[in-house]
Design a binder for this molecule. Structure first.
Ligand SMILES: Cc1cc2nc3c(=O)[nH]c(=O)nc-3n(C[C@H](O)[C@H](O)[C@H](O)COP(=O)(O)OP(=O)(O)OC[C@H]3O[C@@H](n4cnc5c(N)ncnc54)[C@H](O)[C@@H]3O)c2cc1C
Length: 508
């Protein structure tokens, strides 16, 4: 195991893979990447249709939340990838950048350099897009972005039904328009998942200046005064210090990055002392502002089963729409994800064949936290996303379920259906839909915000992603988002890491 490097990166997830590859492009820069999981390269990972099977395997941390008061005190699975690629090795492969306003809002919160026009070049740089190079897309970048090769008939039927209901037909959610119905673009290359490891890391792994340690768990960041000087790592047998002469980059994701900072003595002093952890640097915002997209499903009975192609990610079609309650300039307030199956939906169990339209409010207002369960680094943290505690989030979910029902009743989709399984057509009042959401709702696995970027006390990193008040330490992953993006979070995380690579190279 390495003893030292210029840059030590913790976590080989979406962001960590980008950084390891980009920073090691300079042969003079020695990079060590530390990953708690293994190779994450099994057939189940590689074959897109298998992703729903990845929730109880070694490639998943298998976390769950605390009892959620907005969800009738149920604990919700909080899936996080473990292994090369991190969550990009277990996700549903949908590529969505978010709304241009998301990034302008980040900038306006006091983060210069993060507006839409600033970040668009980094989205473009990351891509090898099926539509080729344009003002919106990149060609020749590491991340393959393709269209579903043979979309299932339900995907087409949903799009046609949504168009019949008045929504725009949108061939590219990452192009000129964000709203409307269409097929998702996917991080899939030649029918195989293109995780951040496949896109960025594996092509770089032969470089002599890049060392990748798997099954190596970071226990804490080592500080010398106010400077990060390395990382203590447990390889299953012993603990060793890996020195960083230039920087430590924490890329352990929105759950484990705040945990690692807290274990290192960086966080809310009272919370650290409660676990007997010495305070090295008071930073109360660590672990706060946890935000995730909630999801609730309309489950529908199909006339005939829809066979899944191995190369299909299953969630091939979707819709973004404004809310009737809309006040801002966003075109995307509710997102729909359409599956030709209804996995995990109780009312659909044993009622095969079934399909699901999952509804997600794009910018929920509910905020929770990640806190330590104990000072033991091997203990899972306490994860409380506080789903559905803001009344506005509930209102959007109800509005979305009603719209999903309206689309399901439109001819192109209705002709495939025999009825509604959940919540059931007798559930018409807001109170009925609320009961359904609180009793069966879950999440889309997009946690962000726990090391948020910003200028004030309410933030953990500044606009260069440096931890406030410390030297040689940055956080680069989904946890730095000051506000959740209006859609799936992988592409924005990759963009963050692409931009961070430039910031780090410029500072060297
Ligand atoms: C089931 C699921 C479906 C999803 N579907 C989509 C989708 O279709 N489209 C989309 O855009 N987004 C999707 N997402 C979300 C997206 O994948 C994530 O937002 C993104 O991957 C987050 O990247 P990250 O770098 O912040 O963290 P991660 O990719 O989670 O990486 C963190 C890495 O750090 C490692 N790590 C953690 N702690 C330690 C430690 N102490 N020591 C060493 N290593 C450590 C982890 O093992 C992991 O490899 C999905 C996520 C899940 C879980």
């Amino acid at each position: 195991m390495a003893q030292g490097s210029d840059i030590v990166i913790v976590g080989a997830g979406s962001a960590g893979c980008v950084l390891a590859a980009r920073l090691s492009e300079d042969p003079a820069c020695r990079v060590t990447l530390i990953e708690a999981g293994g190779e994450a390269d099994s057939d189940v990972v590689r074959q897109p249709s298998q992703w729903p099977l990845l929730w109880d395997r070694e490639e998943n941390w298998g976390y769950s939340t605390t009892a959620q008061r907005g969800y009738a005190l149920r604990s919700i699975l909080c899936q996080r990838g473990k292994g090369l690629g991190g969550s990009s090795a277990i996700n549903a492969m949908i590529v969505i950048r978010g709304d241009a306003h998301d990034f302008d809002h980040w900038r306006d919160l006091g983060n210069p350099g993060w507006g839409w026009r600033d970040v668009l070049p980094y989205f473009i740089r990351s891509e090898d897009h099926v539509l080729g190079a344009s003002a919106w897309h990149g060609a020749g970048g590491p991340l393959a972005v393709t269209a579903p090769t043979s979309p299932n008939p339900i995907a087409h039927a949903f799009v046609d039904a949504a168009v019949a209901c008045g929504h725009r037909r949108n061939p590219d959610f990452n192009g000129e328009h964000r709203d409307g119905a269409g097929l998702y673009h996917l991080s899939v290359r030649d029918g195989v998942r293109c995780s951040a490891a496949a896109a960025y890391l594996r092509p770089a792994m032969a470089r002599p200046n890049l060392e990748v340690l798997t099954k190596a768990r970071a226990l804490r960041v080592a500080l010398d005064g106010d400077r990060a000087v390395g990382v203590d790592v447990f390889d299953g047998l012993q603990v060793r210090r890996i020195d960083a002469t230039q920087e430590v980059l924490v890329c352990a994701g929105a759950i484990d990055s705040p945990k690692l900072l807290m274990l290192s003595g960086i966080g809310d002093p009272a919370a650290l002392q409660a676990h007997g952890i010495g305070v090295k640097h008071a930073l109360p915002a660590v672990g706060r502002h946890l935000c995730d997209h909630p999801g609730a499903a309309l489950a529908l009975a199909l006339k005939a089963p829809i066979p899944a192609q191995p190369s299909s990610n299953l969630v091939e079609a979707g819709l973004f729409m404004k809310s009737a309650r809309s006040s801002g300039g966003y075109a995307t307030e509710i997102q729909f994800l359409v599956l030709p199956q209804a996995p995990g939906i109780t009312a659909a169990r044993g009622r095969s064949p079934a399909m699901a339209i999952v509804v997600q409010s794009c910018r929920p207002l509910s905020r929770g936290s990640v806190t330590l369960r104990s000072a033991d680094p091997l203990d899972a943290p306490l994860i409380d996303p506080a789903y559905m505690t803001a009344p506005e989030d509930l209102a959007l979910q109800i509005e979305g379920l009603r719209e999903a029902r309206r689309i399901a009743a439109a001819g192109p989709l209705a002709r495939h259906l025999t009825g509604e399984l959940a919540p059931g057509l007798t559930a018409t009042a807001d109170a009925d839909l609320e009961r359904h959401i609180r009793g069966t709702g879950g999440c889309i696995n997009h946690p962000v915000g726990t090391c948020r970027m910003g200028p004030g006390e309410d933030a953990v990193v500044n606009a260069e992603l440096r931890v406030h008040g410390l030297l040689g330490l940055r956080v680069v992953d989904a946890s730095v988002m000051p506000q959740i993006t209006s859609g799936n979070t992988d592409a924005p995380t990759i963009m963050i890491a692409e931009k961070a690579a430039d910031l780090i190279r410029r500072a060297a």
